[in-house]
Design a protein around this ligand. Structure first.
Ligand code: AHR
Length: 328
């Protein structure tokens, strides 16, 4: 009897095993496997970006997404790409933390015949054929928009003939968003004899670091006219530090706050008059990457770089309706 039960149980397990295997094979055959290496979750922008990728590359859309959070470390991204190669994914999507240091690992992906799509920030590689396409923002254009707006705003305030000291909060060093937003500011300052940069502080694109850096700075220097924050979360940190120091800011305040991304929480602050300018940086790249993959699947050649159209917001052009209609 015992022997009979054992044989039946074995048969059952074997059948289950076979079924799972068959289902597994079916899944792998049906779905396009995408390995995505994300920088981390430093900002509201990044969270919205991750959501966009996750929503797009889901099973219902015919994808299996292998997601890796690099926790702000390039070495983790490189390790993730190597794992994707071993897993023989169909596509690798890389959201690179910095611009340099990708040549070797992308050569490995290339040799394995796996197409790589770059999302958000740019990369610099000796051989551009190592990646198929890059989709993201024109970070330099964003900075130029901010600088043009500041020039105009100072004229409107009758402050264009007065010296302006700008406190600069920088994002992750070596990332395209940091490099080009910094370049735009520095060029505008070089061209305007009345403008100067009071200090360049590290904010790591996070509210916590920006708060810490700004609070420390304000202990010895409160003569600031503008704070140029390379993203919204750093603006939130700077505003908290200004609150602590009893310094007013925004539309009716002493310090002009400029910020990038235009996530919903920042637009709320902008409508309330606390942030003067929010320059948009759109994080919804999932469908854009899916279009590139669809083109490749159809045997078409994707464009090497796809830049997203963006705008800017102030209290004057914002409405609650517009904020409510925003998905991030
Ligand atoms: O690379 C895009 C930037 O990275 C966003 O402006 C910022 O919020 C994010 O962390």
């Amino acid at each position: 009897m015992k022997k009979k039960v054992f044989v039946l149980a074995l048969l059952f397990l074997l059948l289950c095993g076979c079924t799972r295997e068959a289902r597994g094979e079916e899944t792998i055959r049906e779905l396009t496997v995408v390995g995505f290496s994300q920088v981390g979750s430093e900002s509201d922008w990044r969270v919205a970006n991750t959501e966009s990728i996750r929503e797009t590359f889901c099973e219902e859309n015919g994808f299996e997404l292998i997601f890796d959070d690099a926790k702000q470390k390039q070495e983790n991204q490189i390790a993730a790409i190597r794992t994707f190669i071993q897993q023989k994914v169909d596509y690798i999507v890389l959201s690179p933390i910095t611009e340099s240091g990708w040549d070797s690992v992308l050569e490995e992906a290339y040799d394995a015949g796996i197409p790589v799509i770059i999302v958000d920030r740019r990369i610099h590689v000796d051989d551009e054929s190592l990646y198929v396409s890059r989709v993201g923002s024109d970070f330099r254009a964003e900075a130029d928009t901010a600088m043009r707006w500041l020039e105009h705003e100072l004229i409107l305030r009758g402050a264009d003939k007065r010296a302006q000291r700008i406190l600069h909060l920088q994002g992750t060093a070596g990332s395209t968003a940091q490099l080009l937003r910094t370049e735009g500011l520095e060029q505008a300052v070089a061209q305007n004899p009345l403008w100067s940069i009071a200090a360049q502080l590290q904010g790591a694109f996070t509210e916590a670091k920006a708060y810490e850096s700004t609070a420390e700075f304000l202990k010895t220097d409160c003569e600031i006219d503008v704070i140029y924050c390379e993203n919204d979360n750093m603006a939130f940190g700077a505003m908290r530090a200004l609150d602590d120091a009893g310094i007013s800011y925004g539309v009716d305040g002493d310090v002009i706050i400029i910020s990038f991304d235009a996530v919903r929480a920042a637009l709320d602050e902008c409508l309330a008059g606390n942030i003067n300018l929010c320059v948009e940086c759109n994080p919804l790249h999932g469908p854009r990457v899916a279009t590139i993959i669809a083109q490749m699947e159809a045997g078409q050649v994707a464009e090497k770089e796809l830049l997203v159209e963006e705008t800017y917001f102030t209290q004057k052009n914002l409405t609650q309706e517009l904020i409510d209609s925003r998905t991030y």
